[in-house]
Design a protein around this ligand. Sequence first.
Ligand code: PNW
Length: 480
Amino acid sequence: GANRAEPAGLTFPRNFLWGAATAAYQVEGAVTEDGRGRSIWDTFAHTPGKIAHGDTGDVAVNHYHRFREDVTLMAGLGLPAYRFSVSWPRVLPYGAGPANSRGLDHYDRLVDELLAHGIDPVLTLYHWDLPQKLEDAGGWGDRDTAARFAEFATVVADRLGDRVRWWTTLNEPWCSAFLGYASGVHAPGRTDAALSLRAAHHLLLAHGLGTSALRGVLPGGAQVSVTLNLCAVFPGSRTAAAAEAVRRIDGLANRLFLDPLLRGHYPDDVRQDTAELTDWSFVREGDEAVISVPVDVLGINYYAPTVVDEGAGEPEPSAWPGCANIRFLDVPGPATAMGWPIDAGGLRAVLRRVHEDYGRIPLMVTENGAAFEDSVTGGNGDGAAPVVRDPERIAYLRDHLAVVHEAIESGIDVRGYFVWSLLDNFEWAYGYSKRFGIVHVDYATQRRVCKDSAYWYRDVIRANGVPPARTGGGRGRRGQ
Ligand code: PNW
C-alpha cells in the first residue's frame, strides 16, 4: 500500500509497542483445572448479589483452552504485543508453598505460542486474583502478603524470564485497595476505610519487594513496571472548595501511589487527611525505600475523566476514605455503556501531569478502551459474514490515540499503547453485561467475531499510525 499518497494521518515512532490486553480471571475460565486453587474473585463472584446477573468467571471466554485460537486471531490482526496476567492461584494454589507446575505449564505454552507468532508477551503478575488462602490470613491488610507476592514473582520469573521481556508487578493497586477493601464492590468485598489504606501500603510494598525479586532473576534488558489507573481530576466550579476537593481526590487516586513509587515518600497531605482513620503505623522504617526501587516503565490505564466539588459525598461505604464532603459530578455529553464520560482530554492531562511532576520515566498506556452495546449481524447460516459495527469504539480509540501522538510530539516518552480489551470478557462487578472487546464473543458458543474496531486497529498497527478521520476502518482483508 502506498501510504504516502494518503492525506496526513498521525505516524507513531518506530518501535512504538502496539497491543491488546486481557486479565486472567476475566478471560480464562477453567477455574478448577490443573490444580488451580481458589482466588478471592472465585469466592466473591459466587457470593449472591455481588455480580450483575450472578455471573462468574467459571467459564469466561475459555481462553485457558482456546488460547491457541486466540493467538491466531491476534496474529491475524497483526498485534505486535499481548498483555495478559498470570493467575496466582494457578501457580501457587494456596498462595505459598510448592509451585503447581501444571499451572506454570499453561503460561509456558501461552508464551511459546505468542513467540511462535511473533507476538511479544507483556506479563502482569497481579490483576486482582489473590489466592483465597492469603485473604483468609488477612489479605492485603496483612504485611506478609507482600512477601508472598515476591515469592510468586520469583517463581514465575524463574519459569518465564528467559522468554518474557515485559513484566508488570501490579495492575491498578488503587482498585485492589479501595474497591476491594473500602467500597467492597470488588473482591474481597471488605468495607473498612482504615483497612483499605493499610492494603494500599502493602500492595505498594509488594510491588517494591516483587520488583527487587524480579531483578534478581530476570536477565538484563527485562523491563519491569507497575500499572496505575491514574485519575484526571477536574474541579466542578471555580471555588476554593472545588480546588480542595481536587487536591483530596488527586491525593488518594494518584499521589498516594506515584509519590512513594517515584519520589520515595508518601504525600504528607494525604496522611493528614486520613489521620482520623489511621496513624499510618503500618508504614515502617525503610518501606518507602523498598517501594521506590527504580522501575523501567510506568504503565497508565485511562478510561474517563473525573469532576469533583464540595457537596454530599459518595454513599457509604465509599471508595474514598475521609471524603464525606466531596461530590463526584455527572459530566454532560457522550458516555460509554459504563456511563463513563468520553473525554480524551483526561488522558492528555494525565500524561502531561506525570511527565511534569514525576520527570523522565518512560510511560506506556497499558489500558484504554470503551464498552458499547455491540451486536452481531449476519453469520447465522444465511450466507452473510458476521459483522459488528462499532463506530463509537473506533472514534474513542482514534481520539485517545491522537492524544497519545500529541503527547509524544510534545516530548513525553510514551512507549506503547494497549487496547482494553482484546476480547469481550467478565467485566468484574458488571459480569458479562459490558463489552470492552475489539473482538466480540458470543458467550453461548464462544464464537469470536472481529468487530469493525479490530480491523481498524489492525490498519493502525500496519500503518504505525492513525488514519485521518473517515478513512480506514474498512473491514476488508486488504493486503492479506
Ligand atoms: C480496569 N473504577 O478496571 C481493569 O484493569 C480491567 O480489568 C477492567 O476490565 C477495565 O479497567 C474496565 O473496567 C477498573 O471503578 C474497574 O474506577 C473499575 C474502575 C477502574 C478501573
